[in-house]
Write a new protein. Sequence first.
Lengths: 568, 304, 333
Amino acid sequence: MRPALRRGTRILAIALALLLGGAACSDTERRPDAKESGSGRTDSGPKKKGGSVTIANTAGQTWTCNFNPFNPAVFNTSIGFVYEPLVFVNVLGNAAEKPMLAKSYRWNADKTEIVFTVRDGVKWSDGKPLTAEDVAYTFDIMKRVPATDLYSLWTSAGLQSATAAGDKVTLRFKQAAQTYFYFFANLQPIVPKHIWSTGELASRPDTTSVKDPVGTGPFKVDPCGPNNIQYTANTDYWQPGKPYLEKVQYPAYLDNAPANLDLASGKAQWGSQYIPGIEKFYLDKSADHHTWSPPVQNVAIYPNLDPSHADTSRLEVRQAISYAIDRAKVAEIAVGGQQPPANQSGIVTPTFEKYYDAAAVTKAGFGKPDPDRAKKLVEGLGHSASDPLKLTIITVTGYTDWDAALKVVKQNLAPVGIELTVQNLAQQAYLDKLYNGDYDLAYYSQPSGGPTPYYELRAMLHSANTAPLGKPAVSNHSRYRNPAVDKLLNDYATADEAGQVDIVKQVGQVMIDDVPVIPVTESVDWFQYNTEDIGGWPTEDNPYAQPSAYTFPDTGQVLANLYWKPAQ
Amino acid sequence: MTATTVVHTPEPAARQASGGLWRAVRHNRKAMAGAVILFVFTVIATFPGVFTTVDHPDELAFPPGLSPSTGHLLGTTGLGQDVYSQLIYGTRESLVIAVVAGALATVLAVLVGVTAAYLGGIADDVLSMLTNVVLVIPAFPLVIILAKYAGKGSLGVILVVLVFTGWSYGANQLRAQALALRNRDFLQSARVRGERRSYIVVFEVLPNMTSLIVANFLGAALYSVLTAAGLQFLGLGDPASASWGTMLYWAKNQEALQSGTPLWAIAPGLCVALLGVAFALVNYAFDEIGNPALRPVRRRRRER
Amino acid sequence: MRFLLRRLGFFVLTLWAALTLNFFVPRFMPGDPVAALTARTRGRVSRDALEQMLTSFGYKPDQNLFVQYVEYLGNMFTGDWGRSIGGQLGEPVTGLIGQALPWTLGLVGITTVLAFALGTMIGTVAGWRRGGWLDSLLPPVFVVTSALPVFWVALMLIFAFSMNAGSVLPGTFNYDNSIVPGFSPGFVGSVLQHAVLPAATLLITLIGGWILTMRNNMITTLAEDYVRMGRAKGLSPRRVMYGYAARNAVLPNLTGFAMSLGFVVSGAVLIEFVFSYNGVGYLFYNSVQNVDYPLMQALFMLFTVAVLAALLIVDIATVWLDPRARSADAGGR
């Protein structure tokens, strides 16, 4: 359960972040305005310092006390806390940007070159100043040691060079790269050259363990043990007055149950996983307990569209499934209503509301479950409830929210004449079948998205991301191929903001017409918070960052913003 | 078992073995208690429909998290299933795992153990070595690896895994007893009569080992009940299957104890315990029925 | 000498079989560590990058399997166990095990010894006073406790003691996170407090077996001539009970006890899982879940070696305590 639920949230975060990146692509100097920035509305004035927050986010293992930001296993505990990106992109705030280590940037006209101006007055936690050299060196590490190039910047994104001059850093790309902005400006943190250019870190930046990280972030590690990381405030932090909290405790919860118990008792204040029966177990325990888990991506049924799969490659079958599913019911049962239902257009709402064409969804009859229509479609194929069409769906053992969702889907499909068999597979076996197209239906959620729906749609539908049956596909596992969609998605990279919205809407219409993927629920960024002693949380009214403790670099925004109420 | 081994003619020995066993069970309260529990579970497993009106206990047909009432004797799960009917329908798979895995492991144990003892020489060396190797490799970690990498925890996979790790202890014991039997008078006489080896093993040796074989079956069944429940609880079974271990898995990941539906976790655990206890009681009674002086030291066959 | 060689052969064969199973079983199944890590990082990171990352930590999927196998066997024996390629990506396996092992040895080891000692004591008294209230009560009770599913007992104890009553007895972690580990009274107290419930679970499910076998052994031993002899000589009942009967009755159990010590290291997977206790059992469960070959392989070898070491002790003890060798000594008393 743990992986499924948490993965959903992250995906959303990524999707949002990508959305923002896309929106940021004008050729004028961008200096995101203060209203949109991380300090947010609630931050009405400087706060007094003091207090601490305890994070209850299931780690599933003890801490290794490695804070190497190139190691994907320790992203969550290092980026945002200790290391910071150039620009923060708020997936939840219509891709609003907040300048971090870069105080501004400028794209050239065809979006192949970007110049960052590095903020002055920023100090590394060892006292040395941040320079443009540090930024360029960070990208050079990724070129020199490909294992550290986690976002494939030097390969797929076409990065050609990273050069520093004065306080400017220039990144040159082979082609238009604005869709990668989210990754290189927001997800990739900057490391200090003077530390990473000597000794083992210089020769093996990928495998070397960093026990005592030097970063620019709001907190420093002090101390770390297998059971708990304690962070203390970086008193030299570049954002004046911040952070307000003095300490952050991050215990290594091995399981959701104890983490949730500590949230319920108030021992921990920042929760980031699914809580079953949240009203009774958490919300009712105190008026200070709150939850807000914004949706970020789709959890969907991926039909196998290859003609060799006679049933699932028929449009009528896919339409029947989509009409029959009671998405609201699935959402209510699977995760107690804590995840919203999805829609057939594949646009996650309300997060990406501006790309969503509600009228189109309703017009096609996907506005609400329509079992009668589904039944007619199935009857047209010569099947009925007594002589059902038999389909098998694969899912991952241990993703219990998916299991619960499929229980409902199965119940929805039975009366319209489709008998669904749920096949639980261990994760490796499942991924093997999914990647190679060895399935009829698969329940799946794209692992990564971005700050606009474009990122998820491209992953799902672009033919560059698919492969023939028997060969692993990158992300288009249903094997959808449509030149018109490919063109739309390709045009996105150079379109202006309005054009991008239009493209996404058109692709959403294709989702409705062709039903290449059947979205069922939306996955969320899990978040519970306690306002008894701590203020400054991101909320639905002030979504200044994705709120979960595992979404980086958003954690850095939240950490810098939280304050201790008793000290005020 | 001593009572039976001193009998010289094979036919009476067999009859007396089983007849004596049954009489002994009837007169032992522990054995009776165990037998009654097993009987009740068998009836429930065979005719689950008689005990509940819910036909599809897996369906999310009710409001989630209801407290016990006359409609839902044990309340409903956090997802909206009737706990009581899940329990009833879960009996079958739990019992099948115990009996089938227990029986297959015992058959394998008899095959390997008796063959080794009877063939002697190199065959014995090889088979005993094999038995000891399997005996020493830590069973539960191996079970986890096997179940995990089989890709899906279907009933078949669980049975294979349990049999594979569950036969060696019995094989060792059976080999020892068969060795002891080899030189008994009645076997010597059978050999003198010119009976074939296979005849001697099937009709003369095995009947005299009934008691130990049954004890072994009970031990293997107990091991299977507990190990299978542990595996399913860890999520290495099939989460769609109807069994007590699977119920416990769901109860655990929906945090039943914390979120106000504790019976969801308590009841199936209690049933696993009852089934285990039933096998253990009958098994223990067997020890009592036999001569205490001959009681073997039992390797602890349960994972902790 | 022949016996010794056979024994040695057996040890080597067992170890080889365990290592081989552990190498080939995961590799012949679908899926691989890259897929597992892709899912763990929510696909944010490309598959190629992850494969490269894993390669830099020693994962070699493209190498010939047989070459890998030979290399693996060599590494296992030289102690070059590599680095984790699972959830604790990049950590040296020895470090991870070194950190977890003391907790398992402490919790499970001490509890196993305690269960044996207590069980033997209670069993002795029960067998000695055969037919007494203790003796009529114990067998049924402990037949029941020894057949309980251990993880369920753990859940029930957590439910009863750590969920509602203000967490008097914690049901998670191995010590209070707010305490910095060290030899302070607070830390030691916290460790003990956190060990109560898991230890109780182990005791409840372990002790029954020892009580029952000890009681039965006592009853058998009490019928022996030397015990009657001791009574006839007019020795105090206490002396007869401990010096004559229990002394001999416990012998058959020692083998089982030594074996159970061997299984200490591997035996606590379920307990550690339920109590979120950071021992090697939990580490092993995690390594299997994350397709972390190096960690899984090293742990499985450790588990097997522990049992083999226990067996070795049994072998030595058997020679040492052989009843025939000892009988002359006993007669001399």
